[in-house]
Write a protein that binds this ligand. Structure first.
Ligand code: UTP
Length: 292
């Protein structure tokens, strides 16, 4: 079996309610991290991890994502005629970045349902799933590439894990390890979506990067709505883990949850501090505005 996973799904059909009111009209994935949209970080991570087929599960009000990755002849011509070569080349680079296939999820019935919408294109092969909200700022060792290495060695499905503080487990899908097969790689035997703090079986939280077996599709097709009234991917993964190996990898890297205002602001500050043109602006702003 070919263990080189080429397809990466990006579910982007969610409503983004934690970012209302801005997400009433603007796709959450298009919020800027300095001057690039959140979605571009995930796509670049997938490409640099060796995926070359990008599939987005979109919904209403997400057209701006398609437009961002498409050509804009009017803008390109204008930049060219005004001698703005550098910006012109940047526009071309973005639209040539990847071949992207778009699939509509007609109703936001949950992440599990969004993944199920891709069955016609991923039916017989392992595929990656990347939730764009989770932005990892460690381009040298992309998290999807870390997962792909484990998949290439051991086969099976692979999920990214992070140890979170016990009082935060209710925000995540939580995994149960049977044993640690090698440093940082766990055999997963159970999962629960957003447990109460007192009921959580561990603090191993599932983060937004997965390599999934196509066996997940018939499971998802049978899946009833779970917590929040949504068809949950975690509920299907729990069943998958009882049928096939599911490995959990404690990834290396720094994650920002850009689906929350706190995480999005943190990512902006971190990226600005890493930019030689912006670093001093941030440091001065914090110093000058503090205590005002
Ligand atoms: P979230 O739980 O973050 O939901 O979805 P959301 O709608 O994006 O944001 P909030 O919670 O209302 O603020 C996790 C991922 O699954 C996608 C989202 O776009 C996000 O990438 N998703 C969720 C879908 O594609 N379809 C759905 O029906 C639900």
């Amino acid at each position: 079996m070919n263990l080189d996973v080429k397809k990466c799904l990006f579910p982007v059909a969610g409503l983004g309610t934690r970012f209302l009111p801005v997400t009433k009209e603007l796709a959450k994935e298009m919020l800027p991290l300095v001057n690039r949209p959140i979605i571009s970080y995930g796509v670049e991570e997938a490409l640099s991890s060796g995926c070359d087929e990008i599939i987005m599960i979109t919904g209403r009000a997400k057209r701006s994502i398609e437009n961002y990755f498409d050509r804009s002849f009017e803008l390109e011509n204008l930049l060219k005629s005004r001698g703005k070569e550098e910006l012109y080349n940047l526009m071309l680079k973005i639209s040539n970045m990847a071949e992207i296939l778009y699939i509509r999820q007609r109703e936001p019935l949950g992440l599990g349902h969004a993944v199920l919408c891709c069955e016609p294109v991923c039916r017989n092969e392992f595929f990656c799933v990347a939730l764009p909200d989770d932005v990892f700022i460690n381009p040298d060792d992309p998290v999807l590439a870390q997962l792909k290495k484990v998949h290439a060695r051991m086969g099976g499905s692979v999920i990214a894990l992070e140890e979170v503080p016990h009082d935060e487990v209710y925000r995540y899908g939580i995994a149960v390890s049977q044993f640690e097969v090698e440093a940082g790689v766990h055999k997963i035997i159970d999962m629960v979506e957003k447990p109460k703090v007192e009921d959580a079986p561990s603090n191993l939280a599932i983060m937004g990067r997965y390599i999934l077996s196509p066996t997940i599709f018939p499971i998802l097709a049978q899946q009833k709505a779970g917590i929040g009234g949504e068809i949950q991917l975690t509920d299907a993964l729990k069943i998958l883990a009882s049928q096939e190996p599911v490995w959990g990898v404690l990834y290396k890297g720094k994650r920002f949850d850009c689906g929350t205002q706190k995480g999005w602001l943190g990512a902006n500050v971190k990226l600005a501090l890493e930019d030689p043109d912006l670093r001093q602006v941030i440091l001065d702003a914090v110093k000058n505005f503090e205590g005002e």
